[in-house]
Design a protein around this ligand. Structure first.
Ligand code: HEC
Length: 136
């Protein structure tokens, strides 16, 4: 009796630890996706694209707006100086999407996905705009 008792305890302890080892991850696995779904549902999805605009800008815009955005004489007309634009991010998105064709600014809605146009708007405001104009 006195010999088997510790062994029994060990066996029970072992059984419990095995149970815990399997049960805990299973419970976590079962509850985790639900918790994530609730988190995602409860929060507004805010996508603020940053960086990455340079490549798109180089590919589609430098021809008329030049590398630093200064613009000038171009194929389409007088390319606007994007370093000094007074437009808001939303207004930039509208112009890039629909263009100003009579003035020589082409629409990009068929060439670039909305997300890339948003990235460009952020790039213009954050990276091209002159530092002294950044607080307006
Ligand atoms: C074919 C030449 C051409 C290309 C390519 C071009 N633009 Fe323009 N863009 C213009 C011209 C010309 C204007 C000036 C329109 C005006 O005078 O209202 C302009 C105006 C703009 C404006 C308005 C700025 C303001 O403050 O009024 C934005 C923003 C702009 N372009 C962004 C872009 C972006 C971003 C790209 C690349 C995806 C691009 N443009 C490609 C010619 C071009």
């Amino acid at each position: 009796m006195t010999k088997t008792q510790p062994t029994k305890h060990k066996a029970v302890a072992f059984f419990l630890s095995v149970l815990a080892a399997f049960a805990f991850p299973t419970v976590v696995a079962m509850t985790a996706p639900v918790a994530h779904a609730e988190e995602d549902d409860g929060r507004p999805k805010i996508v603020v694209p940053r960086r990455g605009g340079r490549e798109i800008f180089s590919e589609h815009c430098v021809l008329c707006h030049k590398y630093d955005g200064r613009g000038g004489p171009s194929e389409g007309g007088w390319g606007a100086d994007l370093r000094q634009t007074a437009l808001t991010r939303d207004q930039l998105i509208v112009i890039i999407t629909y263009g100003r064709e009579p003035k020589g600014m082409p629409p990009f809605k068929d060439l670039l996905e909305a997300e890339k146009i948003e990235t460009l708007a952020t790039f213009i405001l954050d990276d091209l705009r002159l530092p002294e104009l950044k607080n307006n």
